[in-house]
Ligand binder design. Structure first.
Ligand SMILES: [Zn+2]
Length: 335
């Protein structure tokens, strides 16, 4: 058993909890969803999740309910609770009997985990909302809409998290952006990307890294590290492939050597060719797109009618390393 499963699910159910706030490393506070908390005072928050001897409990100081976290989760979201018990079962099935000795070192950094509070996830927007339609047009799978957000004033909001990140001059040209949160394996927020909705905007993506974060990799909370992992250039592209991470820009810091690197199919882009050269030299396996693929990225392939299976097959049939990768890269650049 490990407490990081509990902490993960506390973060996962936070969007269901009104005025959710992490007070300390092992203490969370919000309005009690069971009794509805104070009717008169909408800001009163008397529900608490707390830790005691590596176990997590819920208590409300309004209705006096006291229970363990599992039963609380079951009450507020049977679906999440099902995932939670499955995950617990799997963790135990791996043979971790002794609670005390198997606990990972607790290095949870709670400071940034409430930053998405109050922002609308795309899944809550009306069907005809432009932000939702933007994702629909790109054929992004709907199941990811709840993990993507709309921020109406991206720079102003970023300045509330990282003060003075944007100058007051640039705040005058603030605009809505799609927010793509980056989470680590424990579901801590380590950064995010803001994607512009305006095709004429110069800065298509703005990437923000939280203080103290070393490697900014997208999708770590989802991948199965026991299976083959792909790593692509864009977070949105990664949503089309199974077990796929994305980097922000062409920075491979922290990407495991076992990952298959899949960059965009832009043969004239010097930065991409240089990046491929570098990762090949460093020993990674890379996908060198065959000449038959004309699209410049995975999203375009999907829009042109290729399926996830088609794309995985192309990648798997065109993955190279070492000298062979160098040779294929030189051919690819020539076309
Ligand atoms: Zn209550």
């Amino acid at each position: 058993m490990s407490s990081f499963i509990d902490v993960k699910y506390i973060n996962l159910c936070s969007s269901l909890l009104d005025k959710f706030k992490q007070k300390q490393t092992n203490l969370w506070n919000f309005r009690c969803p069971l009794c509805g908390d104070s009717k008169k005072h909408k800001n009163k928050c008397r529900g608490f999740i707390y830790e005691k001897r590596n176990k997590y409990f819920y208590r409300c100081h309004n209705c006096s309910v006291g229970t363990n976290f599992s039963r609380f989760l079951e009450k507020i979201s049977p679906a999440l609770h099902k995932d939670y018990t499955t995950e617990y079962y799997k963790e135990n099935a791996w043979g971790k009997k002794d609670v005390g000795s198997s606990l990972p070192k607790f290095d949870f950094v709670p400071k940034f985990n409430n930053v998405l509070g109050g922002m609308a996830s795309i899944s809550t927007l009306a069907q005809d909302h432009p932000a939702r339609q933007y994702l629909q047009k790109r054929l992004i799978p709907e199941r990811y809409f709840r993990n993507l957000y709309l921020c109406k004033e991206f720079k102003k909001w970023t300045n509330t998290i990282l003060p003075n990140k944007f100058s007051s001059l640039s705040l005058e040209h603030d605009a809505p952006r799609l927010v793509i949160p980056f989470l680590d394996r424990k579901h801590n927020i380590i950064g995010y990307q803001g994607r512009s909705f305006n095709p004429k905007e110069q800065a298509k993506y703005i990437t923000i890294k939280m203080e103290g974060v070393e490697n900014l990799i997208y999708g770590e909370e989802r991948v199965n590290i026991k299976k083959k992992i792909y790593c692509v250039e864009g977070p949105l592209d990664s949503l089309f492939l199974p077990n796929c991470l994305a980097i922000a820009g062409l920075n491979f810091k922290g990407v495991k050597i076992s990952n298959v690197i899949v960059l965009d199919n832009e043969r004239r882009n010097v930065q991409i060719a240089d990046a491929l050269n570098k990762v090949i030299t460093n020993g990674y396996s890379v996908c060198i797109w065959p000449d038959s693929v004309k699209e410049k990225d995975i999203n375009e392939m999907i829009i042109n009618g290729k399926t996830t299976d088609d794309i995985v097959e192309i990648i798997d049939n065109n993955t190279y390393s070492g000298l062979e990768a160098n040779f294929q890269l030189s051919q690819w650049k020539r076309c």
